[in-house]
Design a protein around this ligand. Sequence first.
Ligand code: GLN
Length: 536
Amino acid sequence: MTTKYLFFTGGVVSSVGKGVTAAATGLLLKSRGFEVTVQKLDPYINVDPGTMSPYQHGEVYVLDDGAETDLDLGHYERFVDIRLRRFSNFTTGQVYAEVISKERHGDYLGGTIQVIPHITNEIKRRIGLAAKETGADIVILEIGGTVGDIESQPFLEALRQLRNEVGRENVFFIHVTWLPYIGATQELKTKPTQHSVAALRSIGISPNMIIARSDFPVEDGLCDKIALFCDVDKRAVVPMVTTEVLYEVPLLLEKAGVADYLIEKLGLQAKVKPDWGPWKKLVEEVKKPKPTVKIALVGKYVELKDAYMSVRESVKHAALSQGVEAEIEWVLSSDLEKGRGWELVKSADGIIVPGGFGSRGTEGKIQAAKYARENHVPYLGLCLGMQLMCIEFARNVLGYEDANSTEFDRSTDHPVIDLMLEQRAITDMGGTMRLGLYPCVLQPGTKAAAAYGEKQVEERHRHRWELNNAFRAEYEKAGMIFSGISPDGKLVEIAEIKDHPYMVGSQFHPEFLSRPMRPHPLFVGLLKAAKERNKK
Ligand code: GLN
Protein backbone atom coordinates (compact mmCIF):
# COMPACT_ATOMS: atom_id res chain seq x y z
CA MET A 1 0.00 0.00 0.00
CA THR A 2 1.05 3.65 -0.40
CA THR A 3 2.89 4.90 2.66
CA LYS A 4 0.80 7.21 4.78
CA TYR A 5 2.37 9.99 6.83
CA LEU A 6 1.14 11.30 10.15
CA PHE A 7 2.86 14.51 11.19
CA PHE A 8 2.75 15.68 14.80
CA THR A 9 3.51 19.33 15.44
CA GLY A 10 3.39 21.17 18.75
CA GLY A 11 1.72 24.44 19.57
CA VAL A 12 1.69 26.94 22.45
CA VAL A 13 4.30 25.33 24.73
CA SER A 14 6.54 22.28 24.72
CA SER A 15 6.49 19.43 27.26
CA VAL A 16 2.76 18.79 26.93
CA GLY A 17 3.21 15.16 25.97
CA LYS A 18 3.45 15.35 22.20
CA GLY A 19 5.83 12.38 22.20
CA VAL A 20 3.50 10.24 24.30
CA THR A 21 0.55 11.24 22.10
CA ALA A 22 2.45 10.29 18.95
CA ALA A 23 3.55 7.01 20.54
CA ALA A 24 0.01 6.19 21.68
CA THR A 25 -1.35 6.96 18.21
CA GLY A 26 1.22 4.52 16.86
CA LEU A 27 -0.19 1.85 19.11
CA LEU A 28 -3.73 2.66 17.98
CA LEU A 29 -2.73 2.01 14.39
CA LYS A 30 -0.58 -1.02 15.13
CA SER A 31 -3.49 -2.55 16.98
CA ARG A 32 -5.46 -2.31 13.74
CA GLY A 33 -2.89 -4.42 11.97
CA PHE A 34 -0.83 -1.70 10.30
CA GLU A 35 2.97 -1.73 10.15
CA VAL A 36 3.96 1.43 11.96
CA THR A 37 7.26 3.21 12.35
CA VAL A 38 7.96 6.39 14.26
CA GLN A 39 10.46 9.13 13.58
CA LYS A 40 11.47 12.19 15.58
CA LEU A 41 12.94 15.31 13.98
CA ASP A 42 14.85 17.49 16.40
CA PRO A 43 15.49 21.06 15.24
CA TYR A 44 18.57 21.72 17.42
CA ILE A 45 22.03 21.88 15.90
CA ASN A 46 23.75 19.12 17.88
CA VAL A 47 24.27 16.07 15.70
CA ASP A 48 22.64 13.98 18.43
CA PRO A 49 21.78 14.47 22.11
CA GLY A 50 24.77 12.33 23.14
CA THR A 51 26.95 15.35 23.90
CA MET A 52 24.26 17.27 25.79
CA SER A 53 23.82 17.40 29.53
CA PRO A 54 20.75 15.53 30.75
CA TYR A 55 19.76 18.84 32.37
CA GLN A 56 19.38 20.26 28.88
CA HIS A 57 17.74 17.39 27.25
CA GLY A 58 16.67 14.67 29.65
CA GLU A 59 17.76 11.10 29.11
CA VAL A 60 19.71 9.98 26.06
CA TYR A 61 17.89 6.92 24.75
CA VAL A 62 20.10 4.31 23.07
CA LEU A 63 18.88 2.06 20.24
CA ASP A 64 20.04 -1.41 19.18
CA ASP A 65 22.34 0.02 16.51
CA GLY A 66 23.94 2.39 19.00
CA ALA A 67 22.19 5.56 17.93
CA GLU A 68 22.00 8.06 20.79
CA THR A 69 18.55 9.56 20.52
CA ASP A 70 15.84 11.68 22.05
CA LEU A 71 13.93 10.28 25.01
CA ASP A 72 10.72 10.32 23.00
CA LEU A 73 12.07 7.29 21.16
CA GLY A 74 11.73 5.49 24.47
CA HIS A 75 8.03 6.33 24.50
CA TYR A 76 7.67 5.08 20.93
CA GLU A 77 9.43 1.80 21.66
CA ARG A 78 7.53 1.22 24.90
CA PHE A 79 4.08 2.06 23.55
CA VAL A 80 4.27 0.62 20.07
CA ASP A 81 6.61 -2.19 21.17
CA ILE A 82 8.99 -1.80 18.23
CA ARG A 83 12.76 -1.60 17.88
CA LEU A 84 13.74 1.65 16.19
CA ARG A 85 16.90 2.44 14.26
CA ARG A 86 19.33 5.28 13.65
CA PHE A 87 17.17 6.92 10.97
CA SER A 88 14.31 7.13 13.48
CA ASN A 89 15.75 10.34 14.94
CA PHE A 90 17.55 13.15 13.17
CA THR A 91 18.56 16.70 13.95
CA THR A 92 19.32 19.93 12.12
CA GLY A 93 22.97 19.17 12.90
CA GLN A 94 22.84 15.90 10.94
CA VAL A 95 21.02 17.50 8.03
CA TYR A 96 23.50 20.36 7.67
CA ALA A 97 26.51 18.09 8.21
CA GLU A 98 25.35 15.92 5.31
CA VAL A 99 24.66 18.83 2.96
CA ILE A 100 27.94 20.55 3.79
CA SER A 101 29.96 17.39 3.31
CA LYS A 102 28.32 16.88 -0.10
CA GLU A 103 29.12 20.48 -1.00
CA ARG A 104 32.79 19.93 -0.12
CA HIS A 105 32.78 16.76 -2.14
CA GLY A 106 31.57 18.73 -5.12
CA ASP A 107 28.14 17.17 -5.45
CA TYR A 108 26.54 20.53 -6.11
CA LEU A 109 29.29 22.07 -8.24
CA GLY A 110 28.21 25.38 -9.68
CA GLY A 111 25.25 25.73 -7.34
CA THR A 112 24.42 28.00 -4.45
CA ILE A 113 23.46 25.88 -1.46
CA GLN A 114 20.28 27.12 0.21
CA VAL A 115 17.77 26.11 2.85
CA ILE A 116 15.24 25.59 0.06
CA PRO A 117 15.82 23.27 -1.75
CA HIS A 118 19.04 21.73 -0.40
CA ILE A 119 18.26 21.53 3.31
CA THR A 120 14.60 20.72 2.77
CA ASN A 121 15.54 18.01 0.23
CA GLU A 122 17.87 16.39 2.74
CA ILE A 123 15.10 16.46 5.36
CA LYS A 124 12.71 14.79 2.91
CA ARG A 125 15.34 12.21 1.97
CA ARG A 126 15.68 11.25 5.63
CA ILE A 127 11.94 11.01 6.09
CA GLY A 128 11.76 8.79 3.02
CA LEU A 129 14.45 6.57 4.49
CA ALA A 130 12.24 5.53 7.40
CA ALA A 131 9.51 4.41 5.02
CA LYS A 132 11.95 2.65 2.69
CA GLU A 133 14.00 0.86 5.32
CA THR A 134 11.05 -0.36 7.36
CA GLY A 135 8.45 -0.86 4.67
CA ALA A 136 5.95 0.56 7.15
CA ASP A 137 2.37 1.28 6.08
CA ILE A 138 2.30 4.35 8.26
CA VAL A 139 5.16 6.67 9.22
CA ILE A 140 4.46 8.70 12.34
CA LEU A 141 6.67 11.70 12.50
CA GLU A 142 7.07 14.09 15.40
CA ILE A 143 8.69 17.51 15.04
CA GLY A 144 10.43 18.62 18.23
CA GLY A 145 9.73 22.02 19.73
CA THR A 146 6.76 24.22 18.96
CA VAL A 147 5.54 25.91 15.81
CA GLY A 148 6.99 29.39 15.59
CA ASP A 149 10.51 28.38 16.66
CA ILE A 150 13.07 29.72 14.19
CA GLU A 151 14.84 26.37 14.12
CA SER A 152 11.86 24.27 13.12
CA GLN A 153 10.94 26.28 10.02
CA PRO A 154 12.93 24.24 7.47
CA PHE A 155 11.36 21.07 8.87
CA LEU A 156 7.83 22.39 8.53
CA GLU A 157 8.60 23.66 5.04
CA ALA A 158 9.88 20.19 4.12
CA LEU A 159 6.65 18.64 5.39
CA ARG A 160 4.63 21.11 3.37
CA GLN A 161 6.55 20.14 0.24
CA LEU A 162 6.30 16.45 1.03
CA ARG A 163 2.53 16.75 1.29
CA ASN A 164 2.39 17.86 -2.32
CA GLU A 165 4.90 15.25 -3.49
CA VAL A 166 3.29 12.20 -1.90
CA GLY A 167 -0.26 13.47 -2.34
CA ARG A 168 -2.48 15.24 0.14
CA GLU A 169 -4.57 12.14 0.63
CA ASN A 170 -1.54 10.39 2.12
CA VAL A 171 -0.65 13.02 4.68
CA PHE A 172 -2.33 14.00 7.92
CA PHE A 173 -1.27 16.81 10.26
CA ILE A 174 -1.97 16.57 13.98
CA HIS A 175 -1.31 19.67 16.04
CA VAL A 176 -0.89 19.13 19.79
CA THR A 177 -1.58 22.26 21.81
CA TRP A 178 -2.14 23.39 25.38
CA LEU A 179 -5.16 25.07 26.90
CA PRO A 180 -4.03 27.32 29.75
CA TYR A 181 -6.27 27.60 32.82
CA ILE A 182 -6.98 31.03 34.25
CA GLY A 183 -7.46 30.68 37.97
CA ALA A 184 -9.24 34.01 38.55
CA THR A 185 -12.04 33.25 36.13
CA GLN A 186 -11.73 29.47 36.38
CA GLU A 187 -11.71 28.89 32.66
CA LEU A 188 -9.62 27.30 29.98
CA LYS A 189 -8.44 29.49 27.12
CA THR A 190 -8.27 28.56 23.44
CA LYS A 191 -6.63 31.75 22.17
CA PRO A 192 -3.02 30.43 22.26
CA THR A 193 -4.21 27.41 20.27
CA GLN A 194 -5.81 29.70 17.70
CA HIS A 195 -2.57 31.68 17.43
CA SER A 196 -0.41 28.63 16.97
CA VAL A 197 -2.72 27.29 14.27
CA ALA A 198 -2.51 30.70 12.58
CA ALA A 199 1.30 30.44 12.72
CA LEU A 200 1.13 26.99 11.16
CA ARG A 201 -1.20 28.24 8.42
CA SER A 202 1.14 31.13 7.62
CA ILE A 203 3.67 28.55 6.46
CA GLY A 204 1.12 26.74 4.38
CA ILE A 205 0.05 23.94 6.71
CA SER A 206 -3.50 23.54 7.97
CA PRO A 207 -3.81 20.97 10.72
CA ASN A 208 -6.27 18.13 10.13
CA MET A 209 -6.67 17.40 13.81
CA ILE A 210 -6.08 19.31 17.03
CA ILE A 211 -5.31 17.51 20.22
CA ALA A 212 -5.91 20.02 22.98
CA ARG A 213 -4.02 19.10 26.13
CA SER A 214 -5.23 20.35 29.45
CA ASP A 215 -4.98 19.70 33.17
CA PHE A 216 -8.73 20.32 33.53
CA PRO A 217 -11.83 18.84 31.92
CA VAL A 218 -12.56 20.47 28.56
CA GLU A 219 -16.19 21.36 27.91
CA ASP A 220 -17.78 20.54 24.62
CA GLY A 221 -18.39 24.21 23.85
CA LEU A 222 -14.67 24.82 23.94
CA CYS A 223 -14.10 22.13 21.32
CA ASP A 224 -16.75 23.78 19.13
CA LYS A 225 -14.86 27.03 19.46
CA ILE A 226 -11.54 25.43 18.50
CA ALA A 227 -13.18 23.72 15.54
CA LEU A 228 -14.66 27.00 14.34
CA PHE A 229 -11.65 29.24 14.81
CA CYS A 230 -9.06 26.72 13.69
CA ASP A 231 -11.04 25.36 10.76
CA VAL A 232 -11.01 21.68 11.66
CA ASP A 233 -13.83 19.16 11.89
CA LYS A 234 -15.53 19.02 15.24
CA ARG A 235 -14.73 15.31 15.29
CA ALA A 236 -11.09 16.20 14.85
CA VAL A 237 -10.85 18.33 17.98
CA VAL A 238 -9.69 15.96 20.68
CA PRO A 239 -9.52 17.16 24.26
CA MET A 240 -6.84 15.29 26.19
CA VAL A 241 -6.90 15.81 29.91
CA THR A 242 -3.71 14.92 31.77
CA THR A 243 -3.97 11.34 32.99
CA GLU A 244 -2.73 9.96 36.23
CA VAL A 245 -1.49 6.86 34.40
CA LEU A 246 0.72 7.33 31.35
CA TYR A 247 -0.40 4.07 29.76
CA GLU A 248 -3.99 5.26 29.79
CA VAL A 249 -3.31 7.68 26.93
CA PRO A 250 -3.92 5.14 24.12
CA LEU A 251 -7.23 4.14 25.71
CA LEU A 252 -8.34 7.77 25.88
CA LEU A 253 -7.36 8.43 22.28
CA GLU A 254 -9.19 5.28 21.24
CA LYS A 255 -12.28 6.37 23.14
CA ALA A 256 -12.10 9.77 21.47
CA GLY A 257 -12.26 8.01 18.10
CA VAL A 258 -8.86 9.26 16.94
CA ALA A 259 -7.87 6.12 15.06
CA ASP A 260 -11.21 5.68 13.33
CA TYR A 261 -11.13 9.28 12.15
CA LEU A 262 -7.53 8.95 10.99
CA ILE A 263 -7.99 5.84 8.93
CA GLU A 264 -11.20 7.16 7.44
CA LYS A 265 -9.47 10.36 6.31
CA LEU A 266 -6.42 8.49 5.03
CA GLY A 267 -8.65 6.14 3.08
CA LEU A 268 -7.54 3.08 5.01
CA GLN A 269 -9.36 0.10 6.35
CA ALA A 270 -8.42 -1.57 9.60
CA LYS A 271 -6.80 -4.95 8.93
CA VAL A 272 -7.84 -6.36 12.30
CA LYS A 273 -10.13 -5.34 15.12
CA PRO A 274 -8.12 -3.87 17.98
CA ASP A 275 -8.05 -5.87 21.19
CA TRP A 276 -7.62 -3.50 24.11
CA GLY A 277 -7.99 -6.24 26.72
CA PRO A 278 -4.34 -6.40 27.78
CA TRP A 279 -3.94 -2.60 27.93
CA LYS A 280 -7.11 -2.17 29.92
CA LYS A 281 -5.89 -4.80 32.31
CA LEU A 282 -2.52 -3.07 32.57
CA VAL A 283 -4.13 0.28 33.42
CA GLU A 284 -6.51 -1.36 35.88
CA GLU A 285 -3.56 -3.01 37.61
CA VAL A 286 -1.70 0.30 37.81
CA LYS A 287 -4.70 2.00 39.38
CA LYS A 288 -5.45 -0.73 41.89
CA PRO A 289 -4.31 0.09 45.43
CA LYS A 290 -1.23 -1.98 46.19
CA PRO A 291 1.32 -2.25 48.95
CA THR A 292 4.11 0.30 48.49
CA VAL A 293 7.77 -0.49 48.06
CA LYS A 294 10.26 2.36 48.31
CA ILE A 295 13.11 2.60 45.84
CA ALA A 296 15.82 5.22 46.40
CA LEU A 297 17.22 6.44 43.10
CA VAL A 298 20.59 7.95 43.89
CA GLY A 299 21.58 10.09 40.93
CA LYS A 300 23.32 13.21 39.80
CA TYR A 301 20.50 14.76 37.80
CA VAL A 302 17.54 13.94 40.03
CA GLU A 303 16.20 17.52 39.93
CA LEU A 304 15.11 16.73 36.39
CA LYS A 305 13.11 13.50 36.46
CA ASP A 306 13.25 13.24 32.66
CA ALA A 307 16.96 12.48 32.98
CA TYR A 308 15.95 9.04 34.25
CA MET A 309 12.82 8.50 32.15
CA SER A 310 13.50 4.89 31.16
CA VAL A 311 14.77 3.93 34.61
CA ARG A 312 11.58 5.25 36.16
CA GLU A 313 9.42 3.43 33.63
CA SER A 314 11.37 0.20 34.13
CA VAL A 315 10.81 0.40 37.89
CA LYS A 316 7.09 0.87 37.28
CA HIS A 317 6.93 -2.10 34.89
CA ALA A 318 8.74 -4.38 37.31
CA ALA A 319 6.72 -3.21 40.32
CA LEU A 320 3.52 -3.95 38.47
CA SER A 321 4.68 -7.49 37.77
CA GLN A 322 5.23 -7.95 41.51
CA GLY A 323 1.86 -6.53 42.50
CA VAL A 324 3.39 -3.58 44.31
CA GLU A 325 3.46 0.17 43.88
CA ALA A 326 6.97 1.56 43.59
CA GLU A 327 7.51 4.90 45.24
CA ILE A 328 10.71 6.40 43.93
CA GLU A 329 12.67 8.54 46.37
CA TRP A 330 14.89 10.86 44.38
CA VAL A 331 18.21 11.29 46.15
CA LEU A 332 20.82 13.76 44.96
CA SER A 333 24.09 11.85 45.27
CA SER A 334 26.14 14.91 46.25
CA ASP A 335 23.74 15.45 49.19
CA LEU A 336 24.77 12.10 50.63
CA GLU A 337 28.38 13.32 50.66
CA LYS A 338 27.29 16.19 52.90
CA GLY A 339 25.37 13.87 55.22
CA ARG A 340 21.99 14.88 53.83
CA GLY A 341 19.27 12.69 52.32
CA TRP A 342 20.29 9.55 54.20
CA GLU A 343 16.86 9.14 55.75
CA LEU A 344 15.55 8.48 52.22
CA VAL A 345 18.21 5.85 51.55
CA LYS A 346 17.76 4.22 54.93
CA SER A 347 14.00 3.94 54.66
CA ALA A 348 14.18 2.47 51.16
CA ASP A 349 13.52 -1.19 50.35
CA GLY A 350 15.83 -1.01 47.34
CA ILE A 351 18.47 1.27 45.87
CA ILE A 352 19.22 2.11 42.25
CA VAL A 353 22.38 3.88 41.15
CA PRO A 354 21.84 4.80 37.49
CA GLY A 355 24.28 5.78 34.76
CA GLY A 356 26.26 8.97 34.72
CA PHE A 357 29.38 10.78 33.61
CA GLY A 358 31.96 12.90 35.43
CA SER A 359 32.97 12.86 39.06
CA ARG A 360 30.31 15.06 40.68
CA GLY A 361 28.36 13.00 43.19
CA THR A 362 30.24 9.75 42.60
CA GLU A 363 31.45 9.55 46.21
CA GLY A 364 27.85 9.83 47.41
CA LYS A 365 26.85 6.98 45.13
CA ILE A 366 29.76 4.91 46.42
CA GLN A 367 28.53 5.53 49.98
CA ALA A 368 25.06 4.40 48.94
CA ALA A 369 26.54 1.21 47.46
CA LYS A 370 28.45 0.59 50.70
CA TYR A 371 25.25 1.04 52.67
CA ALA A 372 23.43 -1.40 50.41
CA ARG A 373 26.16 -4.02 50.64
CA GLU A 374 26.63 -3.81 54.40
CA ASN A 375 22.94 -3.67 55.23
CA HIS A 376 21.81 -6.24 52.66
CA VAL A 377 19.57 -3.73 50.91
CA PRO A 378 18.65 -4.80 47.36
CA TYR A 379 20.72 -2.78 44.89
CA LEU A 380 20.73 -2.40 41.13
CA GLY A 381 23.61 -0.54 39.49
CA LEU A 382 23.20 0.63 35.92
CA CYS A 383 26.42 1.21 33.98
CA LEU A 384 28.13 3.80 36.23
CA GLY A 385 26.14 2.28 39.09
CA MET A 386 27.84 -1.05 38.40
CA GLN A 387 31.28 0.56 38.17
CA LEU A 388 30.81 2.38 41.48
CA MET A 389 29.58 -0.79 43.17
CA CYS A 390 32.88 -2.42 42.11
CA ILE A 391 34.92 0.57 43.32
CA GLU A 392 33.20 0.40 46.71
CA PHE A 393 33.97 -3.30 46.97
CA ALA A 394 37.63 -2.71 46.08
CA ARG A 395 37.96 0.02 48.70
CA ASN A 396 36.15 -1.63 51.57
CA VAL A 397 36.50 -5.37 50.97
CA LEU A 398 39.73 -5.69 48.99
CA GLY A 399 41.22 -2.93 51.14
CA TYR A 400 42.41 -0.65 48.35
CA GLU A 401 41.53 2.71 49.84
CA ASP A 402 42.35 4.68 46.72
CA ALA A 403 40.56 2.33 44.29
CA ASN A 404 38.77 4.34 41.64
CA SER A 405 37.87 4.65 38.00
CA THR A 406 40.44 6.45 35.88
CA GLU A 407 37.50 8.57 34.73
CA PHE A 408 37.62 10.25 38.15
CA ASP A 409 41.23 9.73 39.27
CA ARG A 410 43.82 9.23 36.58
CA SER A 411 46.66 8.54 38.98
CA THR A 412 45.07 6.00 41.31
CA ASP A 413 47.27 2.98 42.12
CA HIS A 414 44.18 0.78 41.93
CA PRO A 415 42.36 1.59 38.69
CA VAL A 416 39.68 -1.09 39.13
CA ILE A 417 37.60 0.62 36.45
CA ASP A 418 39.66 1.61 33.45
CA LEU A 419 39.21 3.00 29.98
CA MET A 420 38.54 0.25 27.42
CA LEU A 421 41.51 -0.45 25.18
CA GLU A 422 39.67 0.54 22.03
CA GLN A 423 38.67 3.84 23.64
CA ARG A 424 42.20 5.02 24.39
CA ALA A 425 43.03 6.65 21.07
CA ILE A 426 39.64 8.33 20.70
CA THR A 427 39.67 12.13 20.80
CA ASP A 428 36.22 12.98 19.40
CA MET A 429 33.51 12.86 22.05
CA GLY A 430 30.40 12.54 19.86
CA GLY A 431 29.07 9.06 19.11
CA THR A 432 32.30 7.28 20.02
CA MET A 433 31.41 5.34 23.15
CA ARG A 434 30.78 1.60 23.11
CA LEU A 435 27.22 1.94 21.94
CA GLY A 436 24.28 -0.31 21.26
CA LEU A 437 23.53 -4.00 21.40
CA TYR A 438 26.23 -6.46 22.52
CA PRO A 439 25.87 -10.05 23.69
CA CYS A 440 26.38 -11.12 27.29
CA VAL A 441 26.83 -14.72 28.41
CA LEU A 442 25.23 -15.51 31.76
CA GLN A 443 27.06 -17.68 34.26
CA PRO A 444 24.85 -20.52 35.50
CA GLY A 445 23.83 -20.52 39.14
CA THR A 446 24.01 -16.75 39.54
CA LYS A 447 21.27 -14.27 40.44
CA ALA A 448 21.54 -12.71 37.01
CA ALA A 449 21.08 -16.07 35.26
CA ALA A 450 18.12 -16.86 37.50
CA ALA A 451 16.55 -13.47 36.80
CA TYR A 452 16.86 -13.88 33.03
CA GLY A 453 16.26 -17.60 32.84
CA GLU A 454 18.46 -17.61 29.74
CA LYS A 455 22.02 -18.47 28.79
CA GLN A 456 22.83 -15.48 26.63
CA VAL A 457 21.22 -12.09 26.19
CA GLU A 458 21.78 -8.93 24.18
CA GLU A 459 21.65 -5.55 25.86
CA ARG A 460 22.17 -1.91 24.96
CA HIS A 461 25.34 -0.15 26.02
CA ARG A 462 26.71 3.37 26.35
CA HIS A 463 30.08 3.56 28.09
CA ARG A 464 33.85 4.04 27.70
CA TRP A 465 35.10 2.48 30.93
CA GLU A 466 35.01 -1.15 32.04
CA LEU A 467 36.05 -3.40 34.89
CA ASN A 468 39.84 -3.80 34.85
CA ASN A 469 40.53 -7.49 34.23
CA ALA A 470 43.76 -7.32 36.21
CA PHE A 471 41.62 -7.28 39.38
CA ARG A 472 39.09 -9.92 38.36
CA ALA A 473 40.61 -12.86 40.24
CA GLU A 474 40.97 -10.85 43.43
CA TYR A 475 37.38 -9.73 43.27
CA GLU A 476 36.15 -13.26 42.77
CA LYS A 477 38.19 -14.58 45.66
CA ALA A 478 36.60 -11.96 47.92
CA GLY A 479 32.98 -12.78 47.04
CA MET A 480 32.13 -10.85 43.94
CA ILE A 481 30.68 -12.86 41.07
CA PHE A 482 30.96 -11.82 37.46
CA SER A 483 27.70 -13.30 36.33
CA GLY A 484 27.61 -11.80 32.85
CA ILE A 485 30.63 -11.79 30.53
CA SER A 486 31.09 -10.92 26.86
CA PRO A 487 31.30 -14.09 24.70
CA ASP A 488 35.07 -13.60 24.20
CA GLY A 489 35.44 -13.55 27.98
CA LYS A 490 37.15 -10.18 27.94
CA LEU A 491 34.54 -7.83 29.30
CA VAL A 492 32.58 -7.96 32.52
CA GLU A 493 28.95 -7.22 31.71
CA ILE A 494 27.29 -8.06 35.05
CA ALA A 495 28.72 -8.12 38.55
CA GLU A 496 26.94 -9.34 41.66
CA ILE A 497 27.74 -9.90 45.31
CA LYS A 498 27.63 -13.42 46.64
CA ASP A 499 26.28 -13.17 50.15
CA HIS A 500 23.63 -10.60 49.57
CA PRO A 501 19.90 -10.83 48.76
CA TYR A 502 20.33 -8.91 45.49
CA MET A 503 23.26 -6.66 44.70
CA VAL A 504 23.62 -6.64 40.94
CA GLY A 505 25.25 -4.19 38.58
CA SER A 506 25.23 -4.22 34.79
CA GLN A 507 27.68 -2.49 32.48
CA PHE A 508 24.79 -2.11 30.04
CA HIS A 509 21.52 -0.22 30.38
CA PRO A 510 18.66 -2.70 30.93
CA GLU A 511 16.23 0.22 31.23
CA PHE A 512 16.14 0.62 27.46
CA LEU A 513 14.58 -2.78 26.89
CA SER A 514 11.92 -2.87 29.57
CA ARG A 515 8.37 -2.80 28.22
CA PRO A 516 5.09 -2.33 30.08
CA MET A 517 4.02 -5.90 29.40
CA ARG A 518 7.58 -7.34 29.49
CA PRO A 519 9.38 -5.88 32.50
CA HIS A 520 13.15 -6.26 32.40
CA PRO A 521 14.43 -9.29 34.41
CA LEU A 522 17.08 -7.31 36.30
CA PHE A 523 14.49 -4.77 37.45
CA VAL A 524 12.10 -7.58 38.33
CA GLY A 525 14.91 -9.10 40.39
CA LEU A 526 15.34 -5.83 42.27
CA LEU A 527 11.64 -5.35 42.92
CA LYS A 528 11.23 -8.95 44.07
CA ALA A 529 14.03 -8.53 46.57
CA ALA A 530 12.73 -5.12 47.65
CA LYS A 531 9.27 -6.58 48.21
CA GLU A 532 10.79 -9.33 50.36
CA ARG A 533 12.68 -6.78 52.42
CA ASN A 534 9.57 -4.66 52.82
CA LYS A 535 7.64 -7.65 54.18
CA LYS A 536 10.26 -8.14 56.85
N1 GLN B 1 30.96 7.20 32.67
C1 GLN B 1 30.96 5.78 32.61
C2 GLN B 1 31.59 5.25 31.34
O1 GLN B 1 31.72 5.94 30.38
C3 GLN B 1 29.55 5.24 32.76
C4 GLN B 1 28.67 5.59 31.60
C5 GLN B 1 27.21 5.40 31.89
O2 GLN B 1 26.78 5.29 33.02
N2 GLN B 1 26.41 5.40 30.84
O3 GLN B 1 31.96 4.10 31.28
